[in-house]
Design a protein around this ligand. Structure first.
Ligand code: SF4
Length: 447
């Protein structure tokens, strides 16, 4: 529960010494309440004040950081629905390998995971994790496979076994990888907690129902270990969706800490049904999955899931932007035509794609428009003859191209005169309103 400024002030020394940069302790407390300051700025804050404030401002879903550099982040969610604010850390996708798989299948899968990259809206996205599952009784083989997966792919692992001794040995073998041990039961908790703690891994825990899981997380937290993931047990997709929703609702709406952890789900459809697995993964991405383990590598499935995940986890408050600059589409020469559009990612990718489709090479001038689309940017005064002309001048466009003809989007034909005034010596062409018509425009007007 968030504290008010007055409640926070009672925890501070009240000496008004100003060392935190605020004139009074109350002013500093107000900043803390608004999350515009950090308690570490007060050198005299007591341990009790730090503890109380730390707990009060902890996100309802705990942050778990994985990987050798802790760069894979899960949890820290604060809302149930994306439109309320934003989702923070996206569902991590992992591919499973079993220690009973044929060696050539394992090698091929690891290579596929290592090399898989998909580009979406200017971002290169790969597979986040590898799950290594022990199906055999051979601890040594399991440990060796974990080492091999880590050395080949260099991404955090999910080590999965029902044998706590094998998990502990594998945890030690990949120490420093910032992986997950899966999954501790109340019986194996002590041994696996020690293995996770000593080797700097997180621990997934499981129990037959939510009541037992709640007791389990509370006990581990009391014992001093809190890097946990929840591996819910369910018998169907609908049950999985229901449990994910109950846990997340309890954590966010009731600030119920024993269920405030990211989840870990292993998908395994009956008869290895790819469609069923995909529906399971879609459910995890849309409804609160922390890590989702896919049973096999399928690039088409991954492309769909990653695209969906980008949509769900894009911050609706921040338009996706590309860097403002002069882009080369194809292999333009100095006398190639110049087009201009805004730096809203979607607009940029559509326009550059349509220019590419037309078969010509061209320059695409993309000024800073705060990620707005053409009409919005124009209405906000960010995409005018003055701003485009200034940007062209700032990047010395005249020195980079010899062509002096620029094509503006048809929706802003009204800026053509102003743009010619601000780009002396340039002729402005009004292009089509719809980017889909660029190809025919280029063929009719520029070829
Ligand atoms: Fe008060 Fe601490 Fe700021 Fe000094 S540094 S004014 S004690 S909050």
């Amino acid at each position: 529960m968030a504290l008010t400024g007055l409640q926070i002030q009672k925890l501070l020394p009240k000496t008004n010494c100003k060392e935190c940069g605020s004139n009074t302790c109350l002013a500093f407390a107000m900043k803390l309440a608004a999350r515009k300051a950090d308690i570490s700025q007060c050198p005299y804050a007591s341990d009790e004040a730090k503890r109380v404030l730390g707990e009060a401002y902890e996100p309802p879903v705990k942050a778990i950081q994985l990987g050798p550099d802790k760069s894979l982040k899960l949890g820290e969610e604060t809302v149930l629905y994306r439109h309320e604010k934003t989702f923070v850390h996206q569902t991590a996708l992992a591919i499973n390998i079993n220690d009973t798989d044929a060696p050539d299948v394992i090698d091929q899968t690891l290579e596929n995971i290592k090399n898989y990259i998909i580009e979406r809206v200017g971002e290169e996205i790969g597979i986040d994790m590898v799950a290594v599952t022990q199906e055999s009784d051979d601890t040594e083989a399991f440990v060796k496979l974990a080492q091999k997966a880590w050395e080949t792919v260099k991404r955090p692992l999910i080590l999965r076994s029902s044998n706590p001794g094998a998990l502990a040995a594998a945890a030690e073998a990949v120490k420093g990888s910032g992986s997950v041990l899966a999954s501790a039961t109340p019986k194996t908790a002590d041994e696996l907690r020690a293995a996770a703690q000593e080797n700097d891994h997180a621990l997934a825990i499981t129990a037959p129902d939510l009541n037992e899981l709640v007791l389990f997380t509370a006990k581990l937290k009391t014992d001093g270990f809190n890097d946990l993931l929840l591996n819910f047990q369910s018998h169907s997709l609908s049950e999985q969706l229901q449990i994910n929703s109950i846990a997340r609702r309890a954590a966010i709406k009731n600030n119920y800490k024993p269920l405030g952890y990211p989840s870990l789900t292993f998908l395994q459809a009956h008869d290895h049904d790819l469609l069923e697995d995909t529906v399971g993964a879609v459910t995890e991405i849309c409804k609160y999955g922390g890590i989702c383990v896919l049973p096999s590598f399928d690039p088409a499935q991954l492309a769909a899931l990653i695209t969906l995940r980008l949509n769900i986890y894009t911050d609706p408050q921040k338009p996706i932007q590309v860097e403002p600059k002069l882009y080369a589409v194809g292999e333009p020469k100095p006398d190639s035509p110049v087009f201009v559009t805004t730096n809203f990612s979607l607009t940029y990718f559509i326009v550059s794609g349509e220019i590419e489709n037309s078969g010509i090479s061209a320059w695409l001038l993309v000024p800073e428009c705060e990620g707005m689309s053409v009409l919005t940017a124009w209405a906000a005064g960010k995409f005018s003859g003055v701003t485009i002309g200034k940007f062209a001048n700032d990047i010395k466009l005249d020195d980079q191209v010899t062509n002096r003809e620029i094509v503006i989007p048809g929706f802003v034909s009204q800026i053509s005169g102003e743009l010619e005034e601000n780009m002396p010596g340039w002729k402005v062409h009004v292009g089509p309103q719809d980017a889909a018509d660029l190809e025919s425009f280029i063929k009719a007007r520029l070829n």
